[in-house]
Design a binder for this molecule. Sequence first.
Ligand SMILES: [Zn+2]
Length: 249
Amino acid sequence: MEVLFLGLDGQKAIFVIDVSHLSQNQLEDQLLAQFETAAQVREFRTCLPLLTSRDASILAYGKALSYWHVHHQYCGFCGHKSCAYDGGHMRKCQNESCHRESFPRTDPAVIMLVEYQPENGPAKCLLAQHHRIGSQVVSTLAGFVDPGESLEEAVSREVLEEAGIEVNDVTYMASQPWAFPSSMMVGFFATTKNPELNIDHDEIADAHWFTAEEIRKFDNWGDDGDNFQIPRQESIARYLIDHWLESQP
Ligand SMILES: [Zn+2]
């Protein structure tokens, strides 16, 4: 079992241990036996709304670092076993003729809210239904950045690929580390002059233009009922949508 050192929180050292090989029951039994604590173990992602942003970011850091170690047990150059060094912030190949070092990586992804302002009437924003989440949830478009591509180019390409829309202005808004498993979500605002959609249904289930008035009537993630839902409160997609709604009459 590898123990990873995350850092100091004041005088308190914080470590992370991967326990993903244990079942929920095994973990709860072990906590009871070792610490005499009757605890309920829950998946981190489902607990996000219950955590302070500070605790969430420490846990996200631990989860991302732990994921990297679990998936980088062998050297990517020669295939020999690698081991953790520097408290878990580096891995080194154990083959004496190699000794390559590798470091935790982050995969950049872009996420963007696209606006269309018709000549008459209110502005609209493009929200999509995604295959991986329930069809009631409408969210911004997103995708991974290709090698050799700028973030702005990735925004333009993703919107064109998924919705058939050409965007004009691409403006940085905010970013969010997303430890599921190891992404950095970089949020943008973009505009288009041509709202005609040409959806790639392999990429997304569907997409529509919505006015602020329509979105304000949507439900929240996880609500009951058949209405459209907007993304989780703590997500950057929701931040982009809320920010846009604030700018609208
Ligand atoms: Zn090696």
